[in-house]
Design a protein around this ligand. Sequence first.
Ligand SMILES: Nc1ncnc2c1ncn2[C@@H]1O[C@H](COP(=O)(O)OP(=O)(O)OP(=O)(O)O)[C@@H](O)[C@H]1O
Ligand SMILES: [Mg+2]
Length: 262
Amino acid sequence: MSAERRPAGAAAPLLHVDNVSRHFGSLVAVDRVSLTIAPGELRAIIGPNGAGKTTFFNLISGFFPPTSGRILFAGTDVTPMPPERRVAMGMARTFQITEVFPELTVRENLRIPLEVAAGKRLALRLSAADDARIEARIDELVAMGHLEARAHRPVNELPHGDQRTTEILTALALSPRLLLLDEPTAGMGDQETYDITRLIRRLHRETGLTIALIEHDMRVVFHLADRIAVLAEGALLGEGTPEEIARDERVQAAYLGEEVHA
Ligand SMILES: Nc1ncnc2c1ncn2[C@@H]1O[C@H](COP(=O)(O)OP(=O)(O)OP(=O)(O)O)[C@@H](O)[C@H]1O
Ligand SMILES: [Mg+2]
């Protein structure tokens, strides 16, 4: 728990990004961004290409350290921690370009994080009890993604939407507290976009999982998000409900590529 003072009754944020910047040489990819995400929230992060959205996720998940600023997760300062420690604390993410093992089946992909989490990945043989527990969890995850009919097929034989679903389920395998999704509908057609949007909504509603997603498709954002944060040129341009953001002239200007007046 954070030691910070807060009003009685207000939930402590699950994620608190405190004045974080990341420079690459002379380029300021993320510029003094502060943001909190409450437990159970579904937050969208939007912004034009190159705005720093993926870099922001890389900072949260610990792929590289910020140039300045702090990141607190569940009240703990995780800024110096490597990604695997953050994963162990309950952070999971997916990538802008889907990352799965393409030649393995859906079930085999899901087995990997479960065996790692159980500390059994290098064991020559699992005990029957461990194996039964892992199989049961795989069943649950496959059902969550509606992939029962295709779970025994290599992932590279499945449509992109099912590959993305598999990746999301892999992130869920560890029962995270915070799920970071980087453009989950990138490169998808209308039907696949709809299916992934429904999956994310179901996860959020049924499990109460806290989710932050980067997304370009405004239909997805406005359909899903409780709140939206807008990044432009590395800085936080605004935050609000979907309705507030839709009305915000600076956001519209950023999307139309006009000069942005802060
Ligand atoms: N590892 C890196 N080294 C150097 N520059 C980087 C690195 N990662 C990102 N950048 C630069 O930082 C800026 C922000 O990139 P980033 O990928 O975070 O944007 P984005 O908002 O995710 O864009 P997109 O919508 O296209 O995915 C870009 O100018 C990019 O070239
Ligand atoms: Mg990106």
